[in-house]
Design a protein around this ligand. Sequence first.
Ligand SMILES: [Zn+2]
Length: 429
Amino acid sequence: MARLLVKDCIIIPITGEVISEGVIAIEDDQLFYVGPARGLPPEWVADEVIEARDRVALPGLINAHTHAAMTLLRNFADDLPLKTWLEEKIWPQEAKLERQDIYWGTQLALLEMLRSGTTTFADMYFHMEAVAEAVIASGMRACLARGLIGYQDRLGLRLRSAEAFARQWQGAGEGRVTTMLGPHAPYTCPPEYLKKVMAAAERVGVGLHIHLAETRGEVEEMRRQYGRTPVELMESLGLFELPAVAAHCVHLTPLEIEILARRGVGVAHCPESNLKLGSGIAPVSEMLSKGVKVGIGTDSAASNNNLDMLEETRLAALLAKGLCQEPTLIPAARALQMATLNGAAALGLEDKIGSLEAGKKADVVLINLKQPHLYPVYDPQASLVYAARGSDVETVIVNGKVLMYKGEVRTIDEDKVMAEVSRCIEKFS
Ligand SMILES: [Zn+2]
């Protein structure tokens, strides 16, 4: 058994009070003990020790919605409406992408996420075998779904391969990879197609990852075509009887919020992408107060344009305050909970990850607080939400393995990734 001890750090467990000086004892892939040093049995001896004075430890951040390989299209097309951006800029380029491109684009995303403290992400894209291989090699954790566009899949071949992928990769990489089915959105997947996807998800025993109620235009189109709003339409199809994570949920009626809460739908709030594409601001406080499981996602690097979850978390907190003209909304502790435990719950992983508690998987991030922009520290949670940035992350542990130590990534060759990405994007010019 491998025993790793993280010593003398401030600990934000998410599920309990902040521990001003504590230790984290890890056995193999699990947290054995989290708390003050005096609570660790004296006979417990570590094989490896990480000295973490002046560091704060928190659970790995969970990016509840992204398209990792779209790092290849970072800065490719900006300042456009969603429909034009997708149909005229993004989709034509994506049609050129091959398996190897997806692999290297994902590697770049993994590198960026790891460097900024994300340990788990929910991904929807294509060539997902390449994504799964990259995730497994990196040591990170991910919930993967092959994105499905109904009107491009008249014969159902993509759905069949998505189902096979979900079946084959569920639990791969010592359980670090989980799978879902990924119907893109109600406006790209008509009800008859969605029903087929739901049947496939049921056969495999997995949930669904979908974009929902992202723009005002989507809501109007669904109303016109089906006489229902996007969430009402999904409810009428029975889609929420399966575990589901819905990205965006910007335009919701009180009734729809009630449906999301009652059905236990996970929501991936992606504030930066929603702002950049001019989609609007999701009613996060209302959703949280009704008990909706709202996590945070970055969406892709093509509409954000980075995968920095600390930045996204700060924006989520600030937007809710500004939108409602109420500074007490989404306090720092709640914002961090959204970026960790709520994200885990949205992905159905709350029993495994999202908080630092004995028995959970050892996904831990260390941030150095002894830096000019973070000093002094009265409240470490507020310090992280309102002042820290992704680049402050120093050490990252996933499943008990140290993937980054003091800024050195151990599992991904950074120079090679940059060189391969440059080669992949030659086809866009
Ligand atoms: Zn998306």
